[in-house]
Design a protein around this ligand. Structure first.
Ligand code: IMP
Ligand code: MG
Length: 178
């Protein structure tokens, strides 16, 4: 699989050390709260499962599925909820786990949607952010890394549903898109 990549942006070791750092901050900040971790399927599955292993306080895990991208590399701008939460979040402290914030469309929508559900608080942790692509401002409370305006894959993030299983994060060779 490595040979399909033009460039590796973050190695498995770099990612894990960042994940531990974020989990430590989250554990400190949510010590006296009622934490519900909400993974956004499918892109954040790998990040979410690594992150919760290092969050050192009891928390609930739930998932939502939304769609904003088809199988192409451009956002449609339209957000649709495919799977809602299973857990009643009223009065809880939600932490939305995203893989990558691009235009900000998905999170802007999710934040509005979840706040209306009377959560006590809603915050965001995202492994990656592409600040140069932002159309809607979103407050990412915990951020792993900023990335340039390139199409990123690996560590849960896909191209046409593939490469989610790569343990590192990088950019594919042009010929893969053909
Ligand atoms: P946004 O709504 O434009 O912020 O896009 C959010 C979603 O688009 C992310 O959660 C990803 O699923 C997807 N996305 C954005 N940038 C990339 C990328 O570089 N590679 C793969 N998926 C991406
Ligand atoms: Mg996503």
């Amino acid at each position: 699989m490595r040979e399909d990549f033009k460039e590796i942006l973050f190695t498995e070791e770099q990612i894990l050390s960042k994940v531990k750092e974020l989990a430590k901050q989250i554990s400190d900040d949510y010590k006296d709260k009622d934490l519900v971790v909400v993974g956004v399927l499918k892109g954040s599955v790998v990040f979410t499962s690594d992150l919760i292993k290092y969050i050192d306080i009891p928390c609930v895990l739930d998932f939502m599925a939304v769609s904003s991208y088809g199988t192409s590399t451009e956002s449609s701008g339209i957000v649709k909820i495919i799977k809602d939460l299973d857990y009643d979040i009223e009065g809880k402290d939600l932490l939305i786990v995203e893989d990558i914030v691009d235009t900000g469309n998905t999170l802007k929508y999710l934040l509005k949607y979840l706040k209306a559900r009377k959560a006590n608080s809603v915050a965001i942790v995202s492994l990656l952010s592409k600040p140069s692509r932002r159309k809607l401002a979103v407050d990412i409370k915990y951020l792993g890394f900023n990335v340039p305006d390139k199409f990123i894959v690996g560590y849960g993030i896909d191209y046409a549903e593939k490469y989610r299983n790569a343990p590192f994060i990088g950019v594919l060779k042009e010929e893969i898109y053909k």
